[in-house]
Design a protein around this ligand. Structure first.
Ligand code: MLT
Length: 265
């Protein structure tokens, strides 16, 4: 469905009933990366999976898309959908950066946190410079050029020969990102604050899921978050890179289902 916000429209897929589970995708993806979760977890949860501004079915709006802006968009979606109880927020990579902003700005809306393939730290200077280079590449050569650079490292090295169909599916999902959306998200990630100080303050149950072979964000970042978030659980997914929810959907869904059940009891 399309949801109208005062300054833009957002596409949101909603499915199932039960505890609300907000799935926030990474860069440059859309809700389709959550297909195995939407299909399976909707039998035990109310799954809400938006397309962030400029991604998938959500049209671009002027950037930068700060993590605060994207987090507030998610809060507005929950309000418009009439979600009455606190939600479990599950963010992947950039979606994890948005999850930290969501927790800082809307703590009363959060019942639990799932941090997937993400990190708490902000960008060091060389990564900030790379964001500019990637934005310039997109503007000069189109989103395909950025996708061509990202695709070979987005999943575990062993996934490529083993599952060309998945590689094509991921490429197709990335291609749904608009040029303006891509550039605005890069600018927003570049200026995001360090969320390390937030880790200590997280008092809701937290699950951290990370692929053992993540080539974008190393497993050590997940271990560091696990060390700082009290009562957190770390689930390391073998034979998975940056997209464990797609590379190992059964293991990912099982970890989330165990977490959801622990919240119910
Ligand atoms: C993502 O998957 O969202 C991005 O790789 C995150 C980033 O570029 O920092």
């Amino acid at each position: 469905m399309i949801i109208d916000l005062p300054d833009t429209q957002l596409y949101v897929e909603e499915s199932g009933s039960g505890k609300p589970l907000l799935l926030i995708h990474g860069f440059p993806f859309n809700h389709e990366i959550w297909r195995p979760q939407i299909d399976i977890l909707s039998s035990s949860a109310r799954v809400i999976a938006p397309d962030l501004r400029g991604h998938g079915g959500s049209p671009p709006s002027p950037g930068p898309y700060t993590m605060d802006l994207l987090a507030d968009d998610c809060a507005k979606i929950l309000d418009i959908l009439g979600v009455q109880e606190p939600v479990i927020v599950c963010g992947l990579s950039m979606g994890g950066y948005v999850t930290f902003a969501f927790y800082r700005r809307h703590p009363s809306l959060v019942a639990g946190i799932i941090l997937t393939s993400t990190r708490a730290k902000d960008d060091p200077p060389e990564v900030k410079a790379n964001r500019d280079k990637t934005a310039a590449l997109a503007e000069e050569s189109g989103v395909q050029a950025v996708i061509a650079n990202m695709l070979p490292i987005i999943m575990a090295p062993q996934t490529y020969p083993a599952d060309p169909e998945l590689v094509n599916r991921v490429k197709h999902i990335m291609e749904q990102t608009s040029l303006e959306g891509m550039v605005s998200a890069l600018k927003g990630m570049k200026v995001r604050p360090d969320s390390s100080p937030t880790l200590d303050s997280i008092s809701v149950p937290s699950l951290i899921i990370h692929g053992a072979d993540d080539q974008i964000i190393p497993l050590s970042e997940a271990e560091a978050m696990h060390g700082s978030i009290q009562h957190s659980r770390l689930e390391t997914i073998q034979d998975s890179g940056h997209l464990p929810n797609l590379e190992q959907p059964e293991l990912f869904n099982q970890a989330v289902n165990v977490f959801l059940s622990s919240l119910k009891s």
